[in-house]
Design a binder for this molecule. Structure first.
Ligand code: DOR
Ligand code: ZN
Length: 337
């Protein structure tokens, strides 16, 4: 039994910088045609010069691989229409973080005052720049995303021409919001399709599964699986693969992030095959993203997987992946392009 995926895309990826970029960049560029690159470096990517320089560091780290980094800027309400016009051709989206909500997001938005945001969001609508949002309030950790849905709805109704991507959704409430507004879309990670809070903290604490948004309840995971496995046209795969050095995960004050880039396609194949929905995997990992981000050019690449054991390395550099040292059912057997 073999599965071939055309032009796999990861629509939410953290590649970091310097030595970490050199370690993790090639692990994505080997098997994906492209990825939306998150801007939460220190300092965040927020000027045209920083964005162009970061893109070239990524391309250099990925060597000869056929891979397009789709760049994003870190949202600031101070971005003017002139600035956005000048940078439009270099970026694919802008990423909005609420201030302090996750790794390196201190310079994000505090309070969602529509009047303060309007000039930038109007300009983005006009220039057709999608807005990716980390949708969590600073409320109780299990309720943060559900509480944010009213902000998504406020933005979607005030800016009906703006494409809004609810990043890494984890709840039933976010899934329900998808069908209420034409301009709301979502990415879903691998780990949120697989785990619940029980896997993180139900037994001994599993720091390598700790991430933001935190994994939720079984019924939330069911809602995510339903739309992912059916290939719902408004959802796309975004790994949120977020590498952290081992000592920052296995420590007091564990960093948030699950590193999944090198295992994502293998585990997705097993998940979709196990639910007899393998025919929808192509939509989830590529076609939906191409339709939603309709301006992107996607390089040609095909990845073939077979049911053949793959032992996940214990570490990639200094990063412990999800399922470290475990055996997966599917392996990548061929990559063309
Ligand atoms: O778990 C997470 N890690 N969630 C995020 O939103 C950011 C990411 C990171 O950059 O480490
Ligand atoms: Zn992320």
């Amino acid at each position: 039994m073999s599965i071939t995926i055309n032009q796999p895309l990861d629509m939410h990826l953290h590649l970091r910088d310097k030595a970490m970029l050199k370690t993790v960049g090639p692990l994505s560029s080997a098997s994906f045609s492209g990825a939306i690159i998150m801007p939460n470096l220190v300092p965040p990517v927020s000027t045209k010069e920083e964005l162009i320089a970061y893109k070239s560091r990524i391309i250099e780290a990925c060597g000869e691989d056929t891979f397009t980094p789709y760049m994003t800027l870190f949202f600031k309400p101070s971005y003017t229409k002139e600035f956005l016009k000048s940078v439009k051709d270099e970026l694919t989206a802008i990423k909005l973080y609420p201030a302090g909500i996750t790794t390196n997001s201190e310079g994000g938005v505090s309070g969602f005052d529509v009047n303060e945001l309007r000039p930038t969001l109007d300009a983005m609508s006009e220039l057709e720049i999608p807005l990716c949002i980390h949708g969590e309030t600073n409320g109780f950790v299990m309720d943060r995303e559900a509480e944010f849905v009213s902000i998504y709805e406020m933005l979607a109704s005030n800016f009906p021409k703006l494409k809004i991507i609810m990043e890494h959704i984890t709840t039933r409430e976010s899934v329900e919001a998808l069908d209420k507004f034409d301009n709301l879309y979502a990415t879903i990670t691998l780990h949120h399709l697989l785990i619940t809070l029980d896997d993180v903290a139900g037994g001994m604490l599993q720091p390598h599964l700790f991430c933001k948004p935190i994994a939720k309840r079984p019924e939330d995971r069911e809602a995510l699986r339903r739309v992912a496995l059916e290939g719902h046209p408004k959802v796309m795969f975004g790994s949120d693969s977020a590498p952290h050095p081992q000592h920052t995960k296995e420590s007091c004050g564990c960093a948030a992030g699950v590193f999944t880039a090198p295992i994502a396609l293998q585990v997705l194949a097993e998940l979709f095959e196990g639910h007899s929905t393998i025919e929808n995997l192509q939509a989830f990992v590529s076609n939906n993203a191409k339709a939603i981000y309709n301006h992107i050019k996607v390089p040609h690449k095909t990845v073939t997987l077979e049911k053949k054991p793959f032992i996940v390395p214990a570490k990639y550099g200094d990063v412990v992946p999800m399922y470290a040292s475990e055996t997966l059912a599917y392996s990548i057997v061929n990559i063309q392009g």
